[in-house]
Write a protein that binds this ligand. Structure first.
Ligand SMILES: N[C@@H](CCC(=O)N[C@@H](CS)C(=O)NCC(=O)O)C(=O)O
Length: 211
């Protein structure tokens, strides 16, 4: 299989981390989103949606959506389990991972996308056509990230990891979100979020975080 990847973007990092946690390796190709390589005819022939990550299986099946790709990888290699092991843990981890996406990653993306000059007429990701950025959304995105940090800090006062006492896909989404929000979206972790900082240091030290 082959992973179409972008080192600078948060969603492909989620898949790279997931693969690293499982010890799965595959051929990769870097696609430069800033230069618009994901919108080239060559890439759109692979994935007409023009988004990354995209995983092409050996039989030619094309998968996109980070969580769908992770689901596939979890099915072909269940250990270590990153998406739960029984009906309740699977549902809980899925809910927490979606909280990380909707409460955090979307806000960070909104703040970055609508402020980065190179995306002035690429207001939506992928093959969405020319869509103007909306500068008014930057502040809303940053406020969303701020609230995300506060809620995550409160949750991490109760548990070691995002979805309980084990490292899961919810931690991967959360780490990729926090690093993207603090970096590209310029919303640093607040100083008083001690639980969040403790968790961030711990998950950043995992080998997979460097993938
Ligand atoms: N929900 C999708 C989001 C995919 C997505 O938006 N990926 C970004 C990179 S993080 C992308 O491909 N952007 C292309 C662009 O900005 O044109 C997923 O989880 O894979």
């Amino acid at each position: 299989m082959k992973l179409y990847d972008s080192k600078l973007a948060p969603n492909p990092r989620r898949v790279r981390m997931f693969m690293a946690e499982k010890g799965i390796e595959c051929e990769t190709a870097q696609v430069d989103i800033i230069q618009g390589e994901n919108l080239s005819d060559d890439f759109l022939a692979i994935n007409p949606r023009g988004v990354l990550p995209t995983l092409v299986l050996d039989d030619g099946t094309v998968l996109d959506e980070s969580v769908a790709i992770c689901r596939y990888l979890e099915e072909i290699q269940p250990q270590p389990a990153l998406m739960g092991t029984d009906p309740v843990s699977k549902a809980h981890i899925e809910a927490r991972q979606r909280h990380m996406e909707f409460d955090g990653l979307m806000g960070a993306a909104e703040a970055f996308r609508n402020s980065f000059p190179g995306f002035a007429n690429r207001g939506l990701p992928g093959n969405a056509g020319a869509v103007d950025a909306v500068p008014e959304l930057v502040e809303r995105g940053k406020n969303t990230v701020q609230r995300f940090y506060e809620r995550l800090d409160q949750a991490l006062a109760q548990s070691e990891f995002v979805a309980g006492d084990a490292f899961t896909i919810a931690d991967i989404t959360a780490l990729c979100t926090v690093d993207f929000a603090a970096g590209a979206a310029r919303v640093p972790i607040p100083d008083d979020c001690e639980n969040l900082k403790r968790w961030h240091a711990a998950v950043s030290a995992r080998t997979s975080a460097a993938a």
